[in-house]
Design a binder for this molecule. Structure first.
Ligand code: AMP
Ligand code: MG
Length: 408
């Protein structure tokens, strides 16, 4: 049997180095910057008002108070968006709105709340310091300065900055296109009444969501019964399309029984099937799928039991899939005190489901459900995987173990 790290290496080897692509900014959310971005303009681009109020010369209103206001004529009205260059004459004020360009000659803005809000003339009840409520050009960033470094994951604030810098297209690492295909003659789609012995197909939805959450463009291929011909035909339909695929993930049909469609179709055809010393998820396979037309695509064949499929995705697929898109490969981990004792099979790395809680004293993890790999409901209430080393057979309540967080 292969160890988990050994099989991880086999799966890792299927992935190429990240490719770069230039995307419209609107499609760049969650992608990773492939190059440094240097500002080519100033932010703010011009001196402007930080408040709704009146642009003035501070000296003109020195000494203004509630009891002894200063009254100035209002010579201009400057809403945000005015593009002409204005000059403030001594002894006058310009009514100005937040973000509007400061007129030459003004050196402060007095906020509207400290005035009577006048339109033709304004009564000002407070003095302000020179520079008050002015956002000066370049005080955020100026041309030639590094705005964002390569490798940065683009979330909302980063996309906001790139937009403010006027960038419509961004060079990022390309998202991978992942096909998810489930197999099994017992599977039926939601919306169809179940006959005895049939189940609703669930791995497709789960693995497509997992790959999407990992940052890929994942597409759920309509599942197939345990028929080698249908399996190949369905894959070819997708693999040979113009946009192709970067990775195929299958589930089911790889264990030791009969009717193992994935194994039957791909053994000796570029895919190596193996056993990995882990629970759940022992039967695994990976390699390349080659369509009838000759298109070769990396493929990872996961076991069909839903918990096995999910855990296998986490352990084998997610890290290199992320790395191939420039994204951080690892989930956060924690050391946590386990709330109850349990056993773990000799010689197998075990991934139990659990609920991690950050307690005052540190992290605590509660194992959820039995180890069986069909317990999808238990899995759905977990937020972490308990990572138990292969040589451990007993985990005692109160001991500290390594936990993989399944949620950000
Ligand atoms: P297999 O790996 O094909 O032998 O399947 C192992 C177990 O997982 C069986 O109980 C299957 O019914 C179940 N299973 C396989 N594929 C799926 C799927 N796509 N959705 C839900 N259960 C599945
Ligand atoms: Mg099956």
């Amino acid at each position: 049997m292969r160890s988990v790290p050994e099989h991880q290496q086999h799966v890792n080897a299927l992935f190429a180095a990240p490719r770069t692509v230039t995307l419209p900014a609107s499609e760049a959310l969650g992608r990773v910057l492939a190059e440094d971005v240097t500002a080519t303009l100033s932010l703010p681009g011009f001196d402007n008002s930080a408040m709704d109020g009146y642009a003035v010369r501070a000296e003109d209103i020195a000494g203004a108070t509630d009891g002894d206001p200063v009254t100035l004529p209002v010579a201009q009205d400057i809403p945000a968006g005015r593009t002409d260059h204005l000059t403030l004459s001594a002894g006058t004020a310009h009514r100005i709105m937040t973000g509007a360009p400061l007129p030459d000659g003004a050196d402060a803005v007095v906020q509207v709340e400290k005035t009577d809000g006048g339109v033709d003339e304004v009564r000002i009840y407070a003095a302000v310091d020179t520079g008050a409520a002015i956002r000066s050009a370049g005080s955020d960033i100026s041309p030639g300065h590094l705005a964002l470094t390569a490798g940065r994951v683009l979330h909302a604030p980063q996309l906001g900055l790139l937009a403010a810098l006027g960038l419509s297209h961004i060079r990022v690492y390309a998202p991978l296109r992942v096909l998810v295909l489930s197999t099994g003659s017992e599977l039926v789609p939601a919306g169809t009444p179940l006959e005895y012995g049939q189940i609703y197909e669930s791995n497709g939805a789960m693995l497509t969501a997992a790959a999407t959450e990992a940052g890929a463009f994942a597409e759920q291929v309509h599942f197939v019964p345990d028929s080698v011909d249908e399996f190949r035909a369905r894959l070819d339909e997708y693999v040979d399309r113009e946009q192709g695929a970067d990775l195929i993930i299958t589930s089911g049909g790889v264990s030791a029984g009969a009717y193992e469609v994935v194994k039957d179709a791909l053994t000796g055809h570029g895919v190596e099937f193996t056993k990995v010393a882990m629970q759940p998820g022992m039967p695994q396979g990976c390699g390349h799928y080659t369509s009838a037309a000759g298109t070769a695509v990396p493929i990872v064949t996961l076991p069909g039991n839903p918990v096995s499929a999910q855990v296998s995705f986490e352990v084998f697929v997610r890290p290199p899939l992320r790395a191939a898109m420039g994204l951080p490969r690892r989930r956060r981990t924690a050391h946590a005190q386990v709330t109850e004792s349990f056993t773990s099979p000799r010689g197998k790395r075990q991934f139990r489901r659990g609920e991690l809680e950050m307690a005052g004293t540190g992290a605590i993890v509660r194992p959820i459900g039995p180890p069986g790999s069909h317990h999808l409901a238990f899995m759905a209430s977990a937020n972490a995987l308990l990572d138990i080393a292969a040589d451990v057979e007993h985990v005692e309540a109160g001991s500290t173990i390594e936990v993989l967080l399944l949620e950000d």
